[in-house]
Design a protein around this ligand. Structure first.
Ligand SMILES: *[C@@H]1O[C@H](CO)[C@@H](O)[C@H](O)[C@H]1NC(C)=O
Ligand SMILES: *[C@@H]1O[C@H](CO)[C@@H](O)[C@H](O)[C@H]1NC(C)=O
Ligand SMILES: *[C@@H]1O[C@H](CO)[C@@H](O)[C@H](O)[C@H]1NC(C)=O
Ligand SMILES: *[C@@H]1O[C@H](CO)[C@@H](O)[C@H](O)[C@H]1NC(C)=O
Ligand SMILES: *[C@@H]1O[C@H](CO)[C@@H](O)[C@H](O)[C@H]1NC(C)=O
Ligand SMILES: *[C@@H]1O[C@H](CO)[C@@H](O)[C@H](O)[C@H]1NC(C)=O
Ligand SMILES: *[C@@H]1O[C@H](CO)[C@@H](O)[C@H](O)[C@H]1NC(C)=O
Length: 640
């Protein structure tokens, strides 16, 4: 198991490292790679394929061949994924069987026939073999790689008995053989690591061996001659043993229980959140009243000044006590800002809570003249005024990019620190993704999701590249991504951590985005920004929040959850059900998932840099209607 985990980590971080290494790829290992290449060309030329394979001997195999992934050092082919490519025919011997560094082979949902060559099932490095949903026939191979972890041969036409060799596959965790024509009795596997099993709809007979009785009846249905727990007792035979408890490790059951818990806790959270926001509103009203009172004391003086002369007054006012009162009431606008209001106007404006973030609460304020701005009240600012002003200047400079939210003004007094931003009407990525999940929800499609994430990546790149690379966003999460009408994204809440005294783990929501090392050091870095970005990618792919709720067996860590799902097999269960509706994006989703896992590598050094993130997204994502093929395969089943 240990070994399997390590391995999957290595496998997952591959695409990222790959993109970095592309630049340095050399001819050192050309020989072995070339033999892999010849084997694949022979395979492709022997099979008819409905969808075009761009495999061409003149192009680099590791970077441009569809469905081919190489090892980190670019020396060998490590994974082949050609699901739903419309492959016809039988696999010629001596083609794929030559890829002796291959770890993953997915040819599912094609039209392959004939025997499954033993040379393939016994490839020494093979761990994941997905051949479901073809029409392979004949007996199952008698030899398998001892490292095999996932074997899916379901929905084919295999016949004969299940061979005893499965007993020796100590790494096997998933075995799917349903919907074939296998006969005979089931061998007593005794595989402790086996987590999922499906032998349904075959022609198996006899009683179910005790080691497999822990699996649910759905693992065995459709075998009319099969009996014993969890199916009906075998009739003719010996008196039955003592009744067996319903299987508690039943994955299905776990799943549904899990869902109930989640729904229950969500309801509670919703109620608590509702209560909290009422409370917040009350606190807000109180504070605003106090502020107004304070403000009035100085307002007599300030009222006389015209707002046009305010800027010059500020610099004069630094020294005099009198003017300090005036200042209390003054917003510092940045140059080039066309807004024309003062703090009083702002306080008179109607305000609506937009959200409570790590650093404070944001309000939407509508001024009397109809101008809408976002006001953020910072809590726990630790820096002095000068430092604060310098930081505001940095934030203003960084805001000079379409994917970074512009700050327009700020207010600093001892009691109160406010930031004023432009208002962006569409809301946050978080609300688009998770909000209103019900019948009348308009779902966020794949292209919009990726477009938003790409925008975020550009915003982060801007922040990371300015000032000689010294700046860090420090608070990347979906609620800090604002989205405009045409899905342009804008990152907010950046570069505040240095002036705030907010422990990174103060908010449960934020914790889900924080890299493990940040929770320890309390100091975000560019590398930890990449981690947070990776979590957001996973959030986009799975439709799940990084932190669901506080229930005992809840998902607390999205990367860990995805890893556990992925380690067993690539299943549609990982992906947001909403995304499964769209055709022909599966390969992109899988690649994006792998890439996201590289971004959340626990070792910061292994996370990619933001510019590689951007080029990777652009490499994976082919915005709709371009060359995402759709003619032959109307919809690709996503099961493995
Ligand atoms: C391979 O690429 C070369 C040059 O790009 C092209 O001339 C040739 O037709 C391609 N071969 C196949 C089989 O597509
Ligand atoms: C699968 O192959 C068998 C022969 O091996 C054939 O009888 C059957 O019709 C094929 N099924 C499909 C769906 O092509
Ligand atoms: C399992 O492995 C052992 C030792 O490697 C070998 O002796 C045995 O024949 C194998 N069993 C099967 C069914 O292949
Ligand atoms: C699997 O076999 C059962 C029984 O023949 C059938 O009802 C079911 O539709 C099959 N599933 C698929 C996906 O072919
Ligand atoms: C199970 O089926 C096989 C043939 O497929 C037969 O030889 C064997 O006797 C059957 N066993 C039982 C217990 O029915
Ligand atoms: C399978 O088990 C479930 C509950 O565990 C039960 O409701 C169902 O009737 C069973 N199905 C069969 C075919 O035995
Ligand atoms: C096994 O496959 C059958 C047929 O596709 C399905 O109905 C059943 O739910 C599956 N069982 C499990 C445990 O996944």
């Amino acid at each position: 198991m240990e070994q399997a985990m390590d391995h999957s980590k290595i496998l997952l971080s591959l695409p990222c490292l790959l993109s970095l290494l592309l630049f340095f790829s050399s001819q050192v290992t050309a020989d072995l790679l070339d033999s892999d290449k010849q084997a694949l060309l022979a395979f492709a030329s022997a099979l008819h394929h409905g969808r075009k394979l761009n495999w061409n001997s003149t192009t680099p195999i590791c970077s441009s061949w569809i469905g081919v992934k190489c090892s980190v050092d670019q020396a060998r082919v490590q994974a082949i994924r050609l699901p739903g490519m419309g492959l016809f025919g039988s696999i010629p011997s001596n083609t794929l069987a030559k890829l002796d560094a291959l770890q993953t082979l997915s040819l599912r949902s094609n039209h392959l026939v004939g025997n499954l060559p033993t040379g393939i099932s016994s490839l020494p490095s093979l761990r994941y073999l997905y051949l479901q949903d073809n029409n392979f026939s004949g007996n199952l191979p008698e030899l398998f790689s001892s490292r095999l972890t996932v074997l899916d041969l379901s929905y084919n036409s295999f016949t004969g008995e299940i061979p005893d060799v499965f007993q020796n596959l100590s790494q096997l965790s998933v075995l799917y053989l349903q919907n074939n024509s296998l006969s005979g009795s089931i061998p007593d596997f005794k595989l402790v690591g086996l987590k999922r099993l499906n032998l349904s709809y075959n022609k198996l007979n006899g009683s179910i061996p005790t080691s497999l009785q822990k699996f649910p009846n759905e693992s065995f249905t459709g075998n009319s001659l099969l009996c014993g727990p969890p199916l009906v007792q075998c009739s003719a035979v010996l008196p039955s043993p003592s009744p067996i408890l319903p299987p508690i490790s039943n994955p299905e059951e776990f799943h549904s229980k899990h869902k109930h818990v989640a729904i229950g806790t969500w309801a509670i959270i919703a109620i608590v959140a509702g209560g909290l926001s009422v409370l917040l509103l009350l606190v807000m009203v109180f504070i605003v009243c106090v502020m107004k009172k304070n403000g009035r004391e100085g307002s007599e003086a300030s009222k006389k000044k015209s707002s046009a002369s305010e800027k010059s007054e500020k610099s004069k006012g630094e020294s005099s006590n009198d003017a300090q009162n005036v200042e209390k009431n003054k917003l510092s606008f940045f140059e080039g800002c066309s807004y024309n209001f003062d703090l009083d106007d702002l306080l008179r404006a109607s305000a609506e809570i937009l959200g409570k973030g790590t650093y404070g609460t944001s309000y939407k304020a509508v001024l009397e003249d109809g101008t809408m701005v976002v006001v953020k009240r910072l809590k726990e600012v630790v820096s002095g005024k000068r430092e604060f002003e310098q930081q505001m200047e940095i934030i203003r400079r960084l805001g000079d990019h379409p994917n970074v939210l512009s700050i327009r003004a700020y207010y600093y007094s001892k009691e109160e620190k406010l930031l004023v931003y432009d208002f962006i009407p569409c809301g946050s990525f978080s609300s688009l993704l998770h909000g209103n999940r019900g019948s009348n929800r308009t779902s966020l499609d794949w292209d919009s999701r990726v477009k938003i994430l790409r925008g975020v990546a550009h915003g982060i790149e801007h922040i990371h590249s300015e000032g000689g690379g010294q700046f860090v966003h420090g608070n990347i999460k979906s609620s800090n991504v604002l989205v405009s009408q045409n899905f342009e994204a804008c990152v907010s809440d950046f570069c505040l951590s240095s002036i705030m005294n907010t422990p990174v783990n103060c908010s449960r929501i934020a914790v889900g985005y924080h890299a493990p090392e940040v929770i320890e050091t309390q100091k975000p870095t560019q590398k930890s920004d990449i981690y947070s970005f990776g979590v957001m990618l996973l959030e986009m792919l799975t439709g799940k929040s990084p932190l669901q709720s506080q229930g005992v067996d809840d998902i607390v860590d999205l990367p860990k959850w995805v890893q556990s799902m992925v380690r067993e097999e690539w299943t549609s269960e990982v992906f947001d059900a909403e995304l499964l509706r769209y055709p022909n994006i599966e390969e992109e989703m899988v690649q994006m998932l792998q890439f996201a896992m590289a971004c959340v590598a626990s070792n910061p050094e292994r996370r990619p840099k933001i510019d590689s993130v951007i080029s990777m997204i652009e490499e994976i994502w082919q915005p709709s209607s371009s060359n995402r093929s759709s003619s032959e395969e109307k919809s690709v089943r996503i099961t493995g």
